[in-house]
Design a protein around this ligand. Structure first.
Ligand code: NAP
Length: 248
C-alpha cells in the first residue's frame, strides 16, 4: 500500500500480537524494522524465524520500555546499526485488570510504567534522533478503553488516555520539525492480550461491538502504516478508532 524503502522503524512489543502484524507490514513495504520485546524469547525467536526472508532488515532487541536506562542504552546501540530513524510505533503494552477497590499498587504501577512511561521514554529519545533529520512519524497504540473507561481497567484506561494527552502536547512541540505524533485506538483485537478473558465475557463484548466481531491484527496495522507514511504529512495530534464501531 505504501513504500517504506530506505526507512527505519522501531516497533516496541513487535514480536507478538498487533506489533508483530505491524512489523510484518513494514517489512513487506521495504522498511528496516527494529523490533523490541521484554522477556518472551521463545516468541521473539519464532517471529524472527518466521520472517527470516527479510534477513538483516529485521533486528531484534530485548529490554524493558519502562526502564529509562535500558531505553537510553537501546538508542545508543541502534545508532550504530541504523543510519537514521524515521518511524517509531509505541506498541508495547500490558493489562492487569481489577476493580478499583482491589487494584493494588503493583498492578497500578506496572501498567502505568509500561504503557505510559514506556511511551514517554521511547518518544523522548526518538524525537532527539528524528530532530537531526527534521523528519519523523510517531504512532502510539492507545485503546478505545482509554476513552470509554471499561470497568476493571482504571490503570489501563488511565495509561491509554495518558498516551493521547502526551501526544497532544508533544505533537505541538515538534510540528515545525516535520515530526508527527498520532494515536490509534483499537477496540477488541484478536491477540494473546485477551486470552485470559472468559468465554461469556468475550460473547458479551462481541455483542457490544456494532460489527459483532473482534478485529484482526492486520486491520490495525494498515492504519498504523497510513499514519507512518509520507502521505500523512498534515496529520498530527490525531486519534483514530479501529473498533468496529465501538466508539467513545
Ligand atoms: P500482546 O500480544 O500481549 O503483545 C505485547 C507485546 O509487548 C509483546 O511483544 C511484549 O513482549 C511487549 N511488552 C510488554 N511489556 C513490555 C515492556 N515492559 N517492555 C517492552 N516490551 C514489552 O499485546 P497486543 O494485544 O498485541 O497489544 C499491543 C498493544 O495494543 C498494547 O499497547 C495494547 O494495550 C494495545 N491494544 C490491544 C488491544 C487488543 O484487543 N489486543 C486493544 C486495544 C489496544 P514479550 O513478548 O517479551 O512479553
Amino acid at each position: 500500500m505504501f513504500n517504506f524503502d530506505n526507512q527505519h522503524v522501531i516497533v516496541s512489543g513487535g514480536t507478538r500480537g498487533i506489533g508483530a502484524g505491524i512489523t510484518e507490514q513494514f517489512l513487506k513495504s521495504g522498511a528496516t524494522v527494529v523490533v523490541t520485546y521484554s522477556g518472551n524469547d521463545e516468541a521473539a525467536n519464532a517471529f524472527k524465524d518466521k520472517n527470516s526472508q527479510f534477513g538483516n532488515k529485521l533486528i531484534l532487541k530485548k529490554f524493558n520500555v519502562s526502564n529509562t536506562q535500558e531505553v537510553e542504552a537501546f538508542f545508543t546501540e541502534i545508532e550504530k546499526e541504523i543510519p537514521s530513524l524515521e518511524i517509531l510505533v509505541n506498541n508495547a503494552g500490558i493489562r492487569r485488570d481489577q476493580i478499583i477497590a482491589s487494584l493494588n499498587e503493583g498492578d497500578w504501577d506496572a501498567v502505568i510504567d509500561t504503557n505510559l512511561k514506556g511511551t514517554y521514554n521511547m518518544t523522548r529519545f526518538a524525537v532527539l534522533a528524528m530532530m537531526k533529520n527534521r523528519y519523523g512519524r510517531i504512532i502510539n497504540m492507545s485503546s478505545v478503553g482509554g476513552k470509554l473507561g471499561l470497568p476493571g481497567q482504571a490503570n489501563y484506561a488511565a495509561s491509554k488516555a495518558g498516551q493521547i494527552a502526551l501526544s497532544l502536547s508533544a505533537s505541538k512541540e515538534v510540528a515545525k520539525r516535520n515530526i508527527t505524533i498520532n494515536n490509534v485506538c483499537p477496540g477488541f483485537i484478536e491477540t494473546e492480550l485477551l486470552k485470559d478473558l472468559p468465554e461469556d465475557q468475550i460473547k458479551e463484548y462481541k455483542s457490544q461491538v456494532p460489527m459483532k466481531r473482534f478485529g484482526k491484527v492486520e486491520e490495525v496495522a494498515h492504519a498504523v502504516l497510513f499514519f507512518a507514511s509520507k502521505e500523512a504529512s498534515y496529520i498530527t495530534g490525531a486519534t483514530l478508532d479501529i473498533a468496529g464501531g465501538l466508539n467513545a
